[in-house]
Structure formats: C-alpha cells, structure tokens
Design a protein around this ligand. Structure first.
Ligand SMILES: NC(=O)c1ccc[n+]([C@@H]2O[C@H](COP(=O)([O-])OP(=O)(O)OC[C@H]3O[C@@H](n4cnc5c(N)ncnc54)[C@H](OP(=O)(O)O)[C@@H]3O)[C@@H](O)[C@H]2O)c1
Length: 264
C-alpha cells in the first residue's frame, strides 16, 4: 500500500520510542494517525506537535474491549483504517529463577495478547475495505531468545508465529502483514532496568528509532514479509534456523559468554 495524505494509521505504543518515531514519520507523509498508549498527556502533546490532525487514544493494549473501542473510535473519526502497527511492548529482563510471575504475566498480556487484541480489533475494518496493512513489531529476541530474557523472548516468538501464519491467511484479501525484528534500538524500553542489564546487552550499539521507522514505512510500501534492523539480526535468524549450536558460537564470540554460556 502507498502511504499518502489521507492514509489512516493506528499505532500502538505511540507515546515513546519506536512507536513515536513511526507516528512522526507517518504524519510527515500526511497520514492521519491514531496514537494509542496509556499516557494520555504524552499522546495529546504528540498529537498537537505533529503536522496534521491526529487522535490521542488512551488505552491499555492488555484490555481487549478497550482496544476494540479505541480502534473503532479512530476508524470512525478518521473515516477508515488502512494501516495498523502493533508495537506496544515492555521488558523485564531477569532470569527465570528470579522472575516474579507477575512480570511474565504483564509481558504476556501487553506484548503478546496486546498484539492479538490489536489485530482482532483492526482486521474486520481492513477486510471490509479489501485493503490495508498490519505491522507487528517483534524483536531479534523472537528469533533466538537470550539468557535473562526468556519470557520476553517467548512473547516476541509468539508474535512471530502469529504474524507469519496471518500473512498467509490473508492471501488474496488485499490485506497484508509485515513482521519487524529490531535489534537494539535507543528508546526508553530498558530505562527501568538499566542497573541490571545482562553483559551481552550493548547499549552503546543501539540504533536510532527514526532510522527504523523510515525502514518500516518503506517495508509497508513494498509489502515486505519481514524487516530486520540492523541487518545482522537477519543473520542471527538464518544461522539459528540452520544450526542453533552455530548461532550460540556466533553470539558467544560477538556478545561474550553471557549470551550463550553453554556451547554443547
Ligand atoms: N528498543 C529496542 O531495543 C527494541 C528491540 C526489539 C524490539 N523492540 C520492541 O519495540 C516495541 C516498542 O518498544 P520501544 O523500544 O519503543 O520502547 P518504549 O520507548 O518503552 O515504548 C513502549 C511503548 O509501548 C507503550 N505501552 C507499554 N505498555 C502498554 C500498555 N499496556 N498499553 C498500551 N501501550 C503500552 C508505551 O506507552 P505507555 O507507557 O504510555 O503506555 C510506549 O509508548 C516493543 O514491542 C519492543 O518489544 C524494541
């Protein structure tokens, strides 16, 4: 699909980081954006700052009824729905032995079920129009999960399985799907846990969210099945798919022993 003035795009997690960068890039292209997240004040300030007219949609993506209501409201106010970006997410990096179940449940509700609720709410609008595009923001951690991020990686792998099948299910409907696998991106995602990030995590290598946002818009316009950013993430997916043992050796070498303590 083409992103142009009049395009109606709903972005979850639009108040910060990658979602905010996507919303800004969409608004610069003339799209009308539904800005969905929990922080109403940030969303309203963003809606005011962006060129054009946009809709702040305060909503918890872990609440299916609220996501449905926000999506329907945006489609009604914007006069349709063309593009949906399921991006809202959060992390709690901790080993399985140390992780409280409440953290696992929150990541499951927001990252995984939040994606399901977003697609469930948006899909009828797209199918009725016989056109549109869905973007699911997964993670490199959905290709090969990392120590201290087992539950997070599982939510990202769940998104991957879901969106892979969904793209095929939607063949010949006019609606398509792109799955995004970011590596480390400079956002607020880990701000609450900077003091306990595992050694394999490299904050200094984090890429700007704006570059990723530009690539996501291009991937939508070219109907790309997947987007890996930075490109090394794709290599990780290929190597891990062929030989997880080889991927462990690669990560051990590139990210140190904490990324793959076992090489057997
Ligand atoms: N940054 C990275 O290195 C990286 C790498 C791979 C994948 N990702 C993925 O990229 C996505 C965006 O993350 P980010 O890096 O941009 O992080 P971020 O700056 O922390 O932004 C997260 C966004 O999600 C929203 N959000 C969190 N919980 C929510 C909830 N229950 N309901 C609605 N919105 C919620 C936040 O808004 P409110 O707090 O206002 O609700 C915020 O807008 C996530 O899915 C993440 O897993 C990030």
């Amino acid at each position: 699909m083409k992103i142009e003035p009049g395009t109606c795009a709903l972005v979850t997690g639009a108040s910060s980081g990658i979602g905010r960068a996507i919303a800004e890039a969409l608004a610069r292209r003339g799209a009308q954006v539904g800005l969905l997240a929990r922080s109403l004040r940030e969303l309203e300030a963003l809606a005011d700052a962006l060129p054009g007219r946009h809709v702040a949609l305060p909503c918890d993506v872990g609440d299916a009824a609220a996501v449905q209501a926000a999506t329907d409201r945006f489609a009604a106010e914007a006069g349709g729905l063309d593009l949906v970006v399921a991006n809202a997410g959060l992390t709690h990096y901790r080993t399985v032995a140390e992780q409280p179940l409440a953290e696992v449940e929150q990541m499951t509700r927001v990252n995984w079920l939040g994606t399901v609720y977003t697609v469930h709410a948006a899909l009828p609008h797209l199918l009725a129009a016989h056109r549109g595009h869905i973007v699911v923001v997964s993670s490199g951690a959905g290709l090969r999960s990392f120590p201290a991020a087992a539950a997070y990686g599982a939510t990202k792998a769940a998104q991957r399985g879901y969106s892979t099948a969904l793209r095929h299910e939607l063949a010949h409907t006019g609606v398509s799907v792109t799955t995004v696998y970011p590596g480390e991106i400079a956002t607020a995602l880990h701000d609450h846990e900077r003091d306990r990030m595992p050694p394999w995590y490299r904050a200094k290598d984090a890429r700007p969210a704006t570059t990723l946002a530009t690539k996501i818009l291009k991937a939508v316009e070219h109907d790309r099945r997947e987007l890996y950013h930075p490109p090394e993430v794709r290599l990780l997916g290929i190597v891990n798919g062929i030989s997880p043992k080889l991927a462990d050796r690669m990560l051990h070498r590139l990210r140190g022993a904490s990324a793959a303590p076992r090489l057997d």
